[in-house]
Design a protein around this ligand. Structure first.
Ligand SMILES: Cc1cc2nc3c(=O)[nH]c(=O)nc-3n(C[C@H](O)[C@H](O)[C@H](O)COP(=O)(O)OP(=O)(O)OC[C@H]3O[C@@H](n4cnc5c(N)ncnc54)[C@H](O)[C@@H]3O)c2cc1C
Length: 392
């Protein structure tokens, strides 16, 4: 039996932020992390960005937390909230006073029999290394969301011949207004990426050393390497089996407490009540993981703080980049205010009551707080007022 005052399941970004906050709040309390990955905690965003631009691998590792016991390479397989015990896949039992579930998400997989081991699902440092070391230049990227677009841009910039396959009619069509998505699609093509839009992957066939990706429409695309970024599903299995309330994520209250006494959740896996958006949401972004990790850590040590932060997120695509807040859903009405079309501007996402629910700061930096304030105001806005831009 292993014992610690605080136990964290999941040694990712939220788990690490919680450990750091706990150490600050309770310098003497024993903290342990049970984490499935062998690598010590690291930042994931560079796996699609900086590491492809020459940043050294060591730069991704997060600062060490003093006197943190990292029980790496173990998967937690059972939780008994009444006994305050977690069992891992080696059969060892970890007893705790307070527990944080920071289990993140697992990549969604393509339903292809027999080909799964040849597809790299980019999520971990280990999967990044596999992609980096893969021989050959021809890479097929499946998925046109955040991960697919970022890795396609980085691979193309580092000399690979990239083909992207995605189901939407344009890149970013689910998030950006149609004209911006059309611009982005053209931009990727100009940068040498082959885009196969409106398509899915039907099969992967082996031909000697090569894979051939067959699309639903019958196209055959040769690939030395296949990488997929088609989203994640929240890793709730441990919580669900223990009877914690879950619905597309582990449900938490404003203090990041789950439905089980002494158990908290944070990061990609947590569905939390957002004051600013007026609904329960789950956010799969760095700022949410770090800020929730910190609040959960402080609360485990007794702070009693509400989580009121509205997380921002960001992405880099070739020399384009943005920051954003709230909900970016292209089905909503959008109002754009461009300083330079598709290079620098702000796009506002309005709900049916004319309230701003999301702000896309395209090529526009240093305005996240102003965007947050606008979303949090939650009162109707005038469209011509938005066209004038956003105060700093
Ligand atoms: C390649 C990539 C690029 C990204 N780029 C951006 C970006 O540009 N901007 C942005 O805002 N966000 C970005 N993100 C998202 C951001 O990294 C995530 O939101 C963040 O990592 C979530 O942190 P987390 O701790 O909740 O989950 P994770 O970091 O996924 O950590 C969860 C950990 O828990 C472990 N685990 C799961 N189940 C168990 C178990 N039962 N037992 C033990 N361990 C377990 C997992 O192995 C994992 O190590 C990116 C993500 C990826 C993958």
């Amino acid at each position: 039996m292993l014992e610690s005052k605080y136990l964290i399941v999941g040694g990712g970004m939220a788990g690490h932020a919680a450990a750091a906050a706990l150490r600050e709040a309770d310098p003497g309390g024993a903290i342990a992390v049970v984490g499935e990955e062998l690598d010590r905690p690291y930042a994931r965003p560079p796996l699609t960005k900086g590491l492809w631009q020459g940043k050294p691998e060591e730069s991704v590792f997060l600062p060490e937390v003093p006197r943190l016991e990292l029980r790496a390479g173990r998967r937690a397989v059972a939780l008994d909230p009444a006994r305050r015990e977690v069992r891992d896949d080696r059969g060892e039992v970890h007893r705790y006073e307070k527990l944080l579930l920071a289990t993140g998400g697992a990549p969604r997989r393509l339903p292809l029999e027999g080909a799964d081991d040849r597809i790299i699902y980019l999520r971990t440092l280990a999967s990044y290394r596999r992609l980096r070391d893969a021989p050959g230049k021809r890479v097929v990227v499946v998925g046109g969301g955040f991960i697919g677009s970022e890795i396609a841009a980085s691979l193309a910039s580092s000399g690979r011949e990239v083909t992207m396959i995605f189901p939407d009619p344009a890149l970013g069509a689910r998030s950006y207004p149609a004209d911006l998505a059309a611009f982005l699609t053209r931009y990727f093509r100009e940068k040498g990426v082959t885009l196969v839009d409106g398509e899915t992957v039907a099969a992967v066939e082996r031909r000697g050393e090569l894979d051939v990706v067959r699309t639903g429409g019958g196209e055959a695309i040769p690939a030395d390497t296949i990488v997929a970024g088609i989203g994640i599903r929240p890793e709730t299995s441990l919580a669900e089996a223990a009877g914690l309330r879950c619905s597309d994520g582990i449900e938490v209250d404003a203090y990041l407490r789950t439905s089980a006494e002494g158990v908290y959740a944070a990061g990609d896996v947590a569905r939390f009540p957002s004051d600013a958006l007026g609904e329960r949401v789950r956010v799969e972004h760095e700022d949410a993981a770090l800020s929730q990790g910190r609040t959960a850590g402080r609360n485990m040590a007794g702070a009693g703080e509400r989580y009121e932060h509205l997380p921002f997120f960001y992405s880099d695509l070739f020399d384009l980049g943005y920051e954003a807040v709230g909900v970016l859903d292209s089905r909503m009405e959008t109002v754009a205010s461009w300083t330079t079309p598709f290079r620098e501007g702000v796009v506002y996402y309005l709900d049916e009551r004319d309230r701003v629910r999301g702000v896309l700061l395209w090529g526009t930096f240093g305005k996240v707080d102003a965007a947050r304030a606008l979303v949090s105001r939650a009162s109707p806005v005038r469209r011509d007022g938005l066209r004038g831009g956003l105060a700093p």
